[in-house]
Design a protein around this ligand. Structure first.
Ligand SMILES: Cc1cc2nc3c(=O)[nH]c(=O)nc-3n(C[C@H](O)[C@H](O)[C@H](O)COP(=O)(O)OP(=O)(O)OC[C@H]3O[C@@H](n4cnc5c(N)ncnc54)[C@H](O)[C@@H]3O)c2cc1C
Length: 403
């Protein structure tokens, strides 16, 4: 049997390996539009490749864990780490459960996968973009030239197109009758309206709440990075996939800039300063509890003159200042877009694929895996884990399917 895997990223490489291992007599061919395979793997985890997370469950995935549960339960972290160990790659996990290669180099992950493809005799065709996949009798014809019995589409989403994933997989699957649900950038910084440019470079631990049309959608904590256009950092990236600014919805992020103190404690701190340091300058009023630049931004937002003495502030203002420190709300204009996003939210409708095989319910012999699906997760190794789990499942199922 001839099996084509379209896209040699994380999920495609693993799918090809698993297909060949399942039946070594199958002819498995891997098509990649870039000049080399797995380009994106090299930039993951800041070059260290955070390849999994020991805390992963099917519930780690949005919009619902239902579709991912079979793949994650049967090809989860243990199976994945066993898979990598078998091809010569040892790993470790940090205190947050994030798994990295022992070498701390993403290139070792890619090398292990490349060498295994070679060892198994998987034919890899690089610098070759698949533009069309047409159903032809019981099989498929790729780019009008090559016939295959089974096709696994592993083209990724639209994020970070410089590393290959340009959305062409969506075109391939929609041509074959599949629905593509509103692809949008996720794990991406947010551009905000009227954002103080001078906060660029400030980093602060915050609790962040994303609201849509005034209703709370999701909450995240961690180090927020302030930029000249808006907000970045892991908690913001984690919120971004829920931020569909193109839909016309109004999105805000409320930042608790002093998450370790209650609102009353913040007010008490301010009153104490006003009472015990009357001659102190307002510009220093908040620097004992929050980054000075952030404190100044809050003071400015409330129209208070930072060059005055503390005695100029009425104590009744303490609660107002505390209110903004505990919930500074900024309006989101847009995300930074696909070029800056790590993953794609939305994608090919999971309703149209069998979660136990990843075979299309519409076209027999057609499989998919990885980010091309309407599945995404937070930062921390979960997205690559989905690529490995779904890749293993799709590869095995495609190789096993018989008439
Ligand atoms: C900067 C960055 C850092 C990241 N860090 C992490 C991390 O540390 N941990 C984590 O879990 N996730 C991380 N991710 C996300 C993770 O890389 C992806 O979720 C994962 O790579 C998706 O795998 P995939 O195989 O589905 O798609 P991709 O890795 O995007 O691979 C798709 C492949 O298909 C090829 N292709 C596309 N269309 C065609 C076509 N028509 N013909 C032929 N070939 C085609 C592409 O060139 C590409 O090689 C990061 C992403 C980025 C951008």
């Amino acid at each position: 049997m001839k099996i084509a895997v379209i896209g040699a990223g994380a999920s495609g490489l693993v799918a090809a390996i698993e297909a060949k291992r399942t039946n070594s007599r199958h002819n498995v061919m891997l098509f990649e539009k870039n000049q080399r395979v797995g380009k994106k793997i090299l930039v993951t985890g800041n070059g260290k490749c955070n390849l999994s997370n020991i805390n992963v469950t099917s519930e780690s995935y949005y919009p619902s864990g239902d579709f991912t549960s079979f793949a994650i339960e049967n090809y989860g972290v243990e199976t994945t780490l066993g898979f990598f160990e078998k091809i010569g790659l040892y790993t470790y996990s940090d205190e947050e459960g994030r798994v990295y290669p022992l070498s701390n180099q993403a290139s070792s992950v890619l090398d292990a996968l490349r060498f295994e493809c070679k060892r198994l005799g998987i034919e890899t065709v690089c610098d070759y973009k698949v533009k069309s996949v047409e159903k032809n009798g019981k099989g498929f014809v790729i780019n009008g030239s090559f016939f295959f019995d089974r096709v696994i589409v592993a083209c990724g989403g639209k994020s970070n197109p410089v590393h290959g994933s340009d959305g062409s997989g969506f075109d391939i699957l929609s041509f074959l009758g599949h629905t593509v649900n509103n692809p949008r950038p996720a794990l991406v910084p947010l551009i905000c309206y009227d954002f103080p440019k001078n906060l660029k470079g400030v980093r602060s631990q915050c609790n962040c709440i994303l609201s849509e049309n005034g209703e709370k959608r999701v909450e995240c904590s961690g180090e927020v990075q302030f930029t000249d256009y808006g907000l970045s950092g892991i908690p913001i990236m984690n919120l971004s996939g829920f931020c569909d600014t193109e839909s016309g919805g109004e999105y805000t992020v409320s930042l608790d800039l002093v998450p370790s103190l209650s609102g009353d404690e913040v007010s008490a701190f301010i009153i104490d300063r006003l009472e015990n340091d009357e001659n102190g300058l307002v510009e220093n009023l908040l620097s004992g509890i929050v980054n000075k630049q952030l404190g100044l931004a809050v003071i400015k937002l409330l129209g208070i003159n930072q060059n005055e003495r503390n005695s100029s502030i009425n104590k009744e203002y303490a609660d107002r200042i505390s209110g903004v420190l505990k919930s500074w709300t900024v309006k989101v204009k847009s995300t930074k877009g696909f070029d800056f996003s790590q993953v794609t939210a939305g994608g090919v409708s999971t309703d149209e694929f069998n979660p136990q095989t990843l075979e299309s319910k519409l076209v027999s012999g057609l499989f998919a895996c990885g980010e091309i699906f309407d599945v995404f997760a937070e930062c921390g190794g979960y997205n690559l884990q989905w690529a490995w789990s779904s890749g293993m499942l799709a590869g095995k199922s495609a190789a096993e399917v018989t008439e």
